[in-house]
Design a protein around this ligand. Sequence first.
Ligand code: 8YV
Length: 318
Amino acid sequence: MTHSSAPDVLAVANLSPFFLDPLRAAFTVHLRLHETDPAAFAQVAPRIVAIAASGESKVSAALMDQLPALKIISVIGVGYDGVDVAAAKARGVVVTHTPGVLNDDVADLAIALMLAVSRQIALADRYVRAGTWTSGPLPLGRKMSGARLGIVGMGRIGQAIAQRALAFGMPVAYTARSAKADLPYAFHATPRELAAASDFLVVITPGGAATRKLINAEVLGALGPKGYLVNVARGSVVDETALIEALQQGTIAGAALDVFENEPNVPEALRALDNVVLVPHIGSATTQTRHAMAARAFANLEAHFAGQPLPSAVPECR
Ligand code: 8YV
C-alpha cells in the first residue's frame, strides 16, 4: 500500500518484487517515472527525497539537478560507478550500497567461469547437444588446478576468489592500488606485470574513470596465448575491441565474461567465438543473495528516514 504522505522515492531501475514490495509499503514509489512520463515526473520531482538504483543504474548530476529535495541514493549492488558521487556529495546527498553480502556469489561465479572456459564446459555442452560427439572427442582442455591465478583488484571479492583458488592449489598473485601487507599473496605493481605471471587473469576491481580500459592490448599480450581472461567486475575495465582482436588472433587462449561495455548488447564478434564463455551479468544473481542485497538497500533507506546511522554508506560518503 502506498501512502500519499509517505516520502517520495524514484526507482531508476526495474526492481525485483522482493525489493519493490517493501519499498511500496513504506514509501510512495515512482517507478522509472523520469523515463516513462517526463510530464508527470516534473510534477513530483520537487518532492522526491530518495533514489533507489541498481548497480548498473546511471544517476547523473543532471538528474540530481531536477530533484532539489533529494537526500539519499540507495544502490542495490556493491558497484556504484554509475552514480556521480562527487555531484551527490556537492548537493549534500548520501550514497549507499550493499557490500559484503554478495562476496560469495561473485567469487563462486569467478571460479565457475575459470573452469567453464578452461574445461570448455559451454562448448562441450553444445558439442553433445549438436550430436557432434559421435564423430569424435572434443579437443583437450587446460588443467586449472595448480595454474597461476592473477587477481586484478584485491578487495572483499578478490580475497574471496583467492581463498577458493587456494583449494585448487593455485598460486595467487594480485595487483591493486597498493600492496596489502596482511595478505600472503604476491603483489605486482601493474596489470601488465601481473598478466605476464598468470595463467588466469581475473578482473574484480571497481568500474569508473580510474579503471577504464585498464585491461588493454598490452595487458592481453602479456597474458599470452595460453592465458585466460575472466571479467566479473565491469565491462568498462576491459577494452572490448582489443579483447575481441586478442581472442580472434590467439593472442590469449580464451575469455569468460559476466560483464560487457554496453549491456545488454554483446558484440556479434564476441558471440561468434568458441573460445569465450558469455553470461548475462549474473555475479550476484541468486535468490539468497539478491534477497540479502534488497534487505540491505532497504535498511539504508529506513535508517536514513529514522535518523539512524546508515548500515553501508559508500566510502566517499562516510
Ligand atoms: C548487479 C552488481 O548488477 O553489485 C554489483 O555491483 O553488478 C550487481 O550485483 C545489480 O546491481 C543488482 O541489482
